[in-house]
Write a protein that binds this ligand. Structure first.
Ligand code: ADP
Ligand code: MG
Length: 248
């Protein structure tokens, strides 16, 4: 369970639809994430999970439906850059700049996007690297870091921007099994510190122990959602049962 969960919706998604050509990828998605909550999305690949996250910061434009971040409608926003600054994104493939050090990767959003002076940005970036246990690797380039360390830099970079929510798209899928734990541990800490998180993952242990609620998605629809203890021990739908059974 994460800490400091409230009943205030921070992110609201209403009747979201998205097709690519004939391929109806998101069929009618409605859910919300409360402030301080960690929500996990599970489901087979090709189901639309990445498309859903991409819609939330408008990297992909939905066909219809509405997305709200607190009281701002993202889907109708004029200044997308301003909204994107409030939404952290952690990618499966880390998305680091290879020609920049860990520290520079964390600093760059602060200096280029937030226009924070370099010395202040460096201080903040070092704080976030420390938070993910990487202060000693600040001057290393991505090529000198393990996959788990690269992903922790990715998380530090998201944190440095002071986001309202962080979206994680299969953050440990590209990692060797022995490196997954260090990334999940950082995410678990974040969840208990009260960060609002929406996490797509196949890590059922994480889903079970860290999430406040789990969404099971398949073929562009939310099949069911609920607290992990309910979903795992008493899934309402046969499809959920089959998906969980296949994984364990
Ligand atoms: P998941 O993350 O659950 O594996 P995705 O959201 O990546 O699923 O993909 C869902 C479906 O949307 C897939 O059929 C995929 O091929 C299709 N898709 C995703 N992005 C695009 C795109 N930019 N153009 C066309 N089809 C896409
Ligand atoms: Mg995906």
């Amino acid at each position: 369970m994460s800490g400091k969960t409230t009943n205030k919706p921070l992110l609201r998604i209403e009747n979201l639809k998205k097709s690519f050509g004939d391929n109806e990828v998101l069929k009618d998605i409605t859910f919300s994430v409360n402030e301080g909550e960690t929500k996990v999305i599970i489901g087979p690949s090709g189901t639309g999970k990445s498309t859903l996250l991409a819609c939330i910061n408008m990297l992909v434009t939905p066909d219809s439906g509405k997305i709200w971040l607190k009281d701002v409608e993202i889907t109708g926003a004029k200044d997308l850059n301003k909204i994107r600054q409030r939404i952290g994104f952690v990618f499966q493939d880390f998305g680091l700049f290879n020609h920049l050090t860990a520290l520079q990767n964390v600093m760059i959003g602060l200096t280029k996007v937030k226009k924070i002076p370099k010395d202040k940005a460096r201080e903040r970036a070092l704080e976030e690297l420390q938070r993910v246990g990487l202060e000693k690797s600040a001057n290393f380039y991505p090529a000198q870091l393990s996959g788990g360390q690269k992903q922790r830099v990715g998380i530090a970079r998201a944190l440095a921007m002071d986001p309202d929510i962080i979206l994680f798209d299969e953050p440990t899928s590209a990692l060797d099994p022995e490196l997954i734990g260090e990334v999940l541990a950082v995410m678990k800490d974040l969840a208990s510190s009260g960060m609002t998180m929406l996490v797509v993952t196949h890590e059922m242990g994480f889903a079970r122990t860290v999430s406040d609620e789990i969404i099971f998605m398949e073929n562009g629809v939310i099949v069911e959602q609920g607290p992990p203890e309910e979903l795992f021990s008493n899934p309402k739908h046969e499809r959920t049962r089959q998906f969980l059974f296949k994984l364990t």
